[in-house]
Ligand binder design. Structure first.
Ligand SMILES: Cc1cc2nc3c(=O)[nH]c(=O)nc-3n(C[C@H](O)[C@H](O)[C@H](O)COP(=O)(O)O)c2cc1C
Ligand SMILES: Nc1ncnc2c1ncn2[C@@H]1O[C@H](COP(=O)(O)OP(=O)(O)OP(=O)(O)O)[C@@H](O)[C@H]1O
Length: 153
C-alpha cells in the first residue's frame, strides 16, 4: 500500500474497500477496481443493495447477480452485498486500511472521514481515477441502457 496506517498490524494484509452499484459491467468498473486494489493488498467490494440506490435509476440486475459478477473480476478478492441500512456496518467489520471512492461517486470524502472518526475507525479515504481509454467507449451502465433503448427499443 502507498500510505502508512497507524492501526495496521505489521505484516498484515492492508484491506481496501471499494463500493458501487455495478449494474451492467464495463471497463470503467474494471479500471476503478484495479486502481483500488493498487491502494493495498486485499480488495473487498461492497455491492450496493438495490433499495439503497436512490440517487439514480434503480439497477436492472438483481443484487446477488451483480455481486457474483464483481466477485469474478481479477482485482477482486471478495465481493459482498452491502448492509441494508447501515453503510458503515461492513466497514466496522472489515476494518480496512483504505476506502477507495470512485472518481465520480457522489459521496463526500470529508463527510465519510467524519463518520469514520465518530465510530473510532482508523481508515484513509482516497479517490480513484477516471478511466480514459484511447477509444470511444460506453463507460457507464446508464449510458449502456440508454443506447439499448435507443437502438433496440
Ligand atoms: C464507505 C461506503 C460504504 C458503503 N456501504 C454500503 C452498504 O453497506 N450497503 C449499501 O447498500 N450501500 C453501501 N454504500 C453505498 C452504495 O455503494 C452507494 O449507493 C454507491 O455509491 C452506489 O452508487 P454508485 O454506483 O453511483 O457509486 C456504501 C458507500 C460507501 C461510500
Ligand atoms: N468510466 C469510469 N472510470 C472510472 N471509474 C468508473 C467509471 N465508471 C464507473 N466507475 C466507478 O465504478 C463504481 C461503480 O459505479 P457505478 O456502478 O455507479 O457505474 P456507472 O456505470 O457510472 O453507473 P451509472 O451510469 O448508472 O451512473 C463507482 O465508484 C464509479 O466511480
Amino acid at each position: 500500500m502507498t500510505g502508512d496506517r497507524s492501526g495496521a498490524t505489521p505484516g498484515s494484509d492492508a484491506v481496501v474497500v471499494a463500493q458501487g452499484t455495478f449494474d451492467i459491467l464495463h471497463p470503467g468498473h474494471l479500471h476503478y477496481l484495479r486502481d483500488a486494489k493498487a491502494m493495498g493488498d486485499r480488495l473487498v467490494v461492497i455491492v450496493a443493495r438495490s433499495t439503497n440506490v436512490t440517487h439514480k435509476e434503480s439497477p436492472v440486475v438483481p443484487g446477488p447477480q451483480r455481486r457474483e459478477m464483481v466477485a469474478g473480476l481479477d482485482p477482486v478478492d471478495e465481493a459482498r452485498l452491502g448492509h441494508p441500512e447501515d453503510i458503515f456496518a461492513p466497514i466496522e467489520e472489515l476494518d480496512p486500511a483504505v476506502i477507495a471512492l470512485g472518481y465520480d461517486q457522489h459521496h463526500d470524502a470529508e463527510a465519510i472521514r467524519a463518520a469514520l472518526a465518530d465510530r473510532g475507525i482508523d481508515c484513509e479515504v482516497r479517490r480513484a481515477t477516471a478511466h480514459q481509454p484511447d477509444y470511444e467507449g460506453l463507460l457507464s451502465s446508464g449510458q449502456i441502457v440508454d443506447r439499448i433503448l435507443d437502438e433496440r427499443g
